[in-house]
Write a protein of this length. Sequence first.
Lengths: 254, 386
Amino acid sequence: MATLEIRDLHVTVEVENGTKEILKGVDLTVKQGETHAIMGPNGSGKSTLAYSLAGHPKYTITGGTVTLDGEDVLEMSVDERARAGLFLAMQYPVEVPGVSVSNFLRTSATAIRGEAPKLRTWVKEVKEAMERLNMDPAFAERNVNEGFSGGEKKRHEILQLELLKPKVAILDETDSGLDVDALRVVSEGVNRVRESGEVGTLLITHYTRILRYIKPDHVHVFANGRIAESGGAELADQLEAEGYDKYVKGGASE
Amino acid sequence: MGSTTSGSIAVAAESTVATRMSAPPSYDVADFAVPHGREEEWRFTPLERLRGLHDGTATATGEGVKVAVEAPEGVTVETVGRDDARLGRAGTPVDRVAAQAYSAFDQASVVTVPKETVLTEPVRIAVHGEGGTAYGHQLIELGAFAEALVVIDHTGDAVLAANVDFVLGDGAKLTVVSVQDWDDKAVHVAQHNALVGRDASFKSVVVTFGGDVVRLHPRVSYAGPGAEAELFGLYFTDAGQHQEHRLLVDHNVPHCKSNVVYKGALQGDDAHAVWIGDVLIEAKAEGTDTYEMNRNLVLTDGARVDSVPNLEIETGEIVGAGHASATGRFDDEQLFYLMARGIPEKDARRLVVRGFFAELVQQIGVPDIEERLIAKIEEELEAAVA
């Protein structure tokens, strides 16, 4: 069973006046089939965790370990991590001019699967996945994220999630900027992948709203660069009622 | 993307095509002052790297550049002296280097496709530099209803200034592919003049990969109504290279079309691409339909683009007129995004560059040229990664 293990992870980032530590010892284990929600106030380091796991060059790992099925993730390049089974659905997906969605998806699937998917079945696979996400077929011929609305970008991320079938999916604020309809469509996509039982999901969010659609097994409150409290789904209800105040005050060191 | 170093776009204010030049067109180099670099037509060009082409100090070295013409049956190929009356009809030199070339060339190559002759094989003109300095002149003339594909290949090392004339008879169809695949040190400055006959079609494909400085000036005017011109360009500007393409389409007769699409990729320190797209619709050119576009893809920091589309319209009685210019960056975030989907870095860059050029390459309509371009683009990318 696939397991992502994060132990005492410390991460810094270069800022104007020097180096700033953002993650201050994160411990977390995500197993295949589990869904973990990471919730926290803005600036708590949630997104840094997501991008550090994916290997974004902006972040420097200064301590701790991350393993996927025992393999050292931190030693891997960005593309190797993806091929090892990590997937990051980004909060702000990047425009790639000149590259069509269909070309991008196929290139990506070829890289992840280790061989080019058979054209016939692939076309069908993409078409069906797009239909499930209420995406217009013409979408496939547009350039990646170019001129996409906020909702289209997030659907496109979830489309990739469905097609690439990672071992561990990190969803970074996938709910932000979505209206209720789009949120439902996107959540259904995530749930389809979860129902396979083959993916561990790390759902990073500021709001509890998405948790009405995607039920987490574990909820973690992220504050001041580490996990401040962990619990079951009931912790989300408590956050809904009380907000993050007590964590922000308790962990305030800046 | 900053507006200075990594890519900048300036849309010219209202200035007329003619008045932006520092002197009126002339065949005589003496009619042009030696440029100092602040003139509108020279302000982007590194004069100090022109090896004296602009100030009269570059002297032709005899065997500097070899020109070999390979033509199918039915085509006349001649080498003529500078007094041949057929030369210089397609256009007049508009800047000092073109006038210098016109004033200094000894011999010209003339390729004539007789009227109603439709070629099935291309005419190939190989211009190979052997380290020397040369002033050149070429004329490609198609009689009425003739059809031809002409491929001009520039290779080797040279300092070359030239004028290339294309004269199309009524109803003729000419596709010219000019490939600048020079060695790293070459300097190439040329004016291309096309005079497109009534109902004729002219397609120019300019492909610039090599050279230290390449500055080309493809110009089109029309000899009769119903004609069309397509000007396609593709350039790949590497570290230290200066590649400048200055287009002019002069809609001087009614009911003609023009379509200009130039795309360039840049990578490396001090890679500099310049694109000037001038379209002039004269008062008498009613029914004109024109569009011009320039797109640039900046692959690394340190490269610079200057893209200046300029559309001047003297009559409102036209079918359409438009222009667009955009410069985008392939940046670290794009790389991260593609790599986060499992795509290795090299493949990610290739994907983006190929996609960027694909649409343009398809419009060329000459399969073996298309394949060669794709291969060449791959080669440029490989070289850059290495």
